[in-house]
Design a protein around this ligand. Structure first.
Ligand SMILES: Cc1cc2nc3c(=O)[nH]c(=O)nc-3n(C[C@H](O)[C@H](O)[C@H](O)COP(=O)(O)OP(=O)(O)OC[C@H]3O[C@@H](n4cnc5c(N)ncnc54)[C@H](O)[C@@H]3O)c2cc1C
Length: 302
């Protein structure tokens, strides 16, 4: 980006633009070099002005939720990171229905679950402990314990790369394992979920059960990006990596978790390169020893 573009970006958004911002602050791995500009967008109009501008100027951009599935390389990302907040991170009932919830794309999942808990709305409890946003969870079709978020989505609203607001009904949404295909460059601004009426106590009970299971199985002591690889069909990436004997293997500040082999943790001062080196090693060993090609679940940026 040149000086003119930087000035215009500030003019478009008025506030919330930070230049050369380290992504280690915005990812759960706590690693990653700078983005040229980080833009915190608080309303639809700002987003609809900015996205087509970036397209016209050929400036690459990336939507960042909580950065809980992102590994940004140490050199950073030459482009703009977009973060949705305020009016784009709200939650409210939808119309008169008491089972449909409208959540902003930037809303943190724990806030969505808190809302559901308070209203006695069940169906999303399996998301407990996933540190993402609503938009990120839908973009990734996040899931756990045999459930995934796509099965609860009735409709999403997106802003396309041209800045147009579009509504996509469930029948047009193609959810796959840890993926949803939406038009390239679009941003999920809100999601309608269809939920079940339950007592708040029942919802609270399920949330604590899922959180307990998660704490038993996954490392929570150190920063991480969750599961590094997708599970291959009929198997578990963690089981395969564990069989290669790599649990506890370290490169720099990164380590393959001794608790769960599909997690790489930042034990302090890790660089993205350390994490990538461990990913390479795990992939190679699993391929050599078991003949299985592991596919990354985390998205590598830069
Ligand atoms: C400790 C831990 C545990 C985890 N456990 C699980 C788990 O059990 N199951 C699971 O599925 N995942 C898990 N994850 C991974 C991660 O939390 C999920 O994938 C989550 O849904 C990502 O949300 P996010 O908002 O952080 O997205 P980000 O990581 O910021 O982004 C992920 C992708 O979504 C895109 N994106 C984000 N927001 C939007 C938007 N509004 N519009 C369009 N695209 C968008 C980004 O551009 C990027 O491509 C875990 C991660 C951690 C750190």
């Amino acid at each position: 980006m040149d000086q003119r573009q930087k000035k215009e970006l500030v003019e478009i958004l008025q506030k919330g633009v930070e230049f050369e911002c380290p992504m280690s602050r915005y990812t759960t791995f706590r690693v990653g070099g700078p983005v040229e500009a980080l833009c915190i967008i608080s309303d639809l109009e700002g987003l609809q002005r900015m996205v087509p501008y970036l397209g016209r100027e050929k400036i690459p951009y990336l939507v960042v939720g909580r950065g809980s599935n992102l590994l940004v390389r140490d050199d950073g990302f030459r482009g703009v990171a977009i973060i949705l907040r305020e009016k784009l991170a709200h939650v409210e009932p939808n119309g008169k229905s008491n089972q449909i919830v409208l959540a902003g794309g930037g809303l943190a999942l724990f806030e969505l679950l808190d809302y559901c808990k308070g209203k006695g709305l069940g169906g999303l409890e399996f998301l407990a402990g996933i540190p993402g946003t609503t938009g990120g969870a839908v973009a990734m079709n996040a899931g756990a314990w045999g459930c995934d978020v796509g099965s609860r989505v009735q409709q999403i609203q997106i802003v396309t790369s041209k800045g147009e607001l579009e509504t996509l009904e469930q029948s047009r949404l193609k959810f796959k394992y840890r993926a949803l295909s939406i038009p390239k460059g679009s941003v999920i601004t809100s999601v309608k979920f269809e939920l079940n009426r339950e007592s708040p106590e029942a919802v609270i009970g399920k949330l604590s059960e899922y959180l307990k299971k998660r704490h038993e199985k996954q490392p929570s002591q150190y920063p991480s990006g969750g599961s590094v690889f997708k599970n291959p069909p009929q198997d578990y990436a963690g089981r395969l990596i564990e069989k290669t004997g790599l649990k506890g293997k370290r490169v720099g500040g990164a380590m393959i978790s001794p608790k769960h082999a599909n997690f790489i943790v930042n034990t302090g001062g890790a660089r993205a390169a350390d994490i990538l080196a461990l990913m390479d090693l795990a992939r190679k060993k699993v391929k050599e020893q078991m003949g299985v090609e592991l596919e990354p679940e985390i998205r590598v940026i830069g």
